[in-house]
Design a protein around this ligand. Structure first.
Ligand code: FCB
Length: 495
């Protein structure tokens, strides 16, 4: 049964809601953010040089970024000494990927990165969240270093800095070196956790002076559950409950060892965090009882991952529920996993439930508006996830590290991709972030998933998430209308 424990029933302990900090407001005397004058008389007389204040403003240092991941865009799967990853192998398994697609070429970003960075810079985006392919750096997962792999990411990072783009680096976005899977059982083994720390150190030593944001893992629940329980992501295994919990424990351990390695190698001002994809919900109505109930459901369903990292223990009640399926925990493991973090990244596409006052989770009906993935369009979810994450774990910073939608837009006769559904999706979700910011929550950035249409895992190229269209035959990039709109939002610091 896929995703069992993400959707498991039961309740966790509640928590008192912390006091909300003061509202953010535009700096005084900032002419660029002048309020609309003479609104009552319905006339428009702006002071010279003034620009209308956006209805939904963001602070000047808010990060408007875009995101992608190595296997989904790079291609060049065997170039310059790269070793194979579990995804290279999984894609060759008949029937694993829709249409038999693979990331062999993908967006050919490995060769076209300069053009892609030019595009990000021209859009006026502040940051680019990318991931490093571990098998480019360590082709066998550990031991022999492939300098050409480190050189590639060095060029990429320097290219970002030269264009004024902040690099936001993810160490693991699912492309484990195949050798670690074949020799040691991948995340079934603690050897992989130790290998991860070695890999983290290597990348930090090479790029540490230039990358401000570091994340260990992208979405632990997805690659653990889909890769090791449901068998629909690499490495395609169907383990039992204890097996999956062991995988999760090893990944958490790798995170902790990785953070320690990063702290030892990075300059003090570097920010280190992790990216989680929370099970997310919204309260049925905005009263105290519903909000409290929704927060309890949120906590219950995310605490298996977040409690160890932020509190140093698995949630007690759920340990009991698991019984004999509890993984082996060695002395010192929980201490290693519990490392201070500078930020928590949240990847959120949809809300999974509407929660009533008594904690009942209501599912969305089938014909509720949704994207090509069948994921429901629920813009308020970003606000509630930021608020609950803050209430429950209070990381110093929160980032929306992924948000976006799959809609199949093609280039029309005028050369345009009129993806207004995506534009409206982003507008709605960004309002949720703006609400969080305006209430003083430490939401510091938003990253559109994705800069490019790309290889969407088991769906191959059949789902398009990009704000930029990619013709996979010619590798031609075309800005979609959503990209032009998002560029405007980023440049104007608001909507
Ligand atoms: C997230 C993944 C990302 C992409 C989006 C659509 O789960 O992190 O790689 O596939 O979903």
């Amino acid at each position: 049964m896929p995703l069992t424990f993400l959707w498991m029933d039961g309740r966790g302990p509640g928590r008192r809601q912390e006091e909300r900090p003061a509202r953010w407001s535009a700096p005084e005397n900032d002419k660029a953010l002048a309020p609309l004058p003479n609104r009552s008389r319905n006339t428009l007389t702006l002071p010279p040089g003034a620009v209308l204040m956006p209805a939904f403003p963001f602070p000047p240092d808010f990060i408007f970024g875009c995101a992608a991941a190595s296997y989904q865009i790079e291609g060049a799967h065997d170039a310059d000494g790269k070793g194979p990853s579990i995804w290279d192998a999984f894609c060759r398994r008949p029937g694993a990927i829709l249409n038999g697609d693979s990331g062999d070429t993908a967006c050919d970003h490995y060769h076209r990165w300069e053009q892609d960075l030019d595009m990000i810079a021209a859009l006026g985006l502040d940051a680019y969240r990318f991931s490093v392919a571990w098998p480019r750096i360590l082709p066998e997962g550990t031991g022999r270093v492939n300098e050409a792999g480190l050189d590639f990411y060095e060029r990429l990072v320097d290219g970002m800095l030269a264009r004024g783009i902040k690099p936001v680096l993810t160490l693991y976005h699912w492309d484990l070196p195949l050798a670690l899977e074949e020799k040691h059982g991948g995340w079934r083994s603690r050897v992989t956790a130790e290998a991860f720390a070695e890999y983290a150190r290597l990348v930090a030593e090479r790029l540490g002076d230039r990358v401000p944001y570091w994340t260990t893992f992208n979405e632990m629940p997805v690659f653990a559950e889909l890769g090791y329980r449901a068998g629909i992501h690499a490495p395609g295994l169907k383990l039992d409950e204890k097996g999956v919990r062991t995988v999760i424990h090893n990944i958490l351990l790798a995170h902790g060892l990785g953070v320690q390695a990063l702290r030892a190698a990075l300059p003090a001002q570097s920010k280190i965090g992790v990216v989680h994809n929370p099970w997310a919900c919204v309260p049925f109505v905005e009263n105290d009882a519903c909000i409290k109930a929704a927060r309890q459901r949120w906590e219950y369903r995310n605490s298996w991952y977040l409690d160890p990292m932020f509190k140093g223990s698995y949630p007690g009640g759920q340990i009991e529920e698991l019984g004999a399926a509890m993984p082996e925990i060695r002395d010192g493991d929980m201490r290693a996993i519990h490392q201070p973090l500078d930020f928590l990244g949240l990847n959120i596409y949809s809300s999974q439930a509407v929660v009533e006052e008594d904690g009942t989770e209501r599912a969305y009906e089938k014909d509720f508006p949704s994207t090509d993935m069948g994921w429901h369009i629920t813009p308020d979810v970003l606000y509630w996830a930021l608020r609950f994450a803050h209430d429950l774990y209070a990381p110093p910073e929160l980032l929306i590290t992924e948000n976006g939608c799959a809609f199949d837009g093609q280039v029309n006769a005028e050369g345009r991709v009129e993806d207004y559904a995506r534009l409206e999706y982003m507008r709605g979700y960004l309002r949720g972030v703006q609400r969080a910011v305006s209430e003083g929550l430490p939401a510091k950035g938003y990253f559109a998933w994705s800069i490019l249409d790309n290889f969407e895992w088991s769906f191959g190229y059949a789902r398009r998430f990009g704000i930029v269209h990619v013709n996979f035959e010619t590798q031609q990039r075309t800005l979609k209308e959503s990209a032009k709109w998002y560029s405007h939002v980023a440049k104007n610091r608001g909507m």
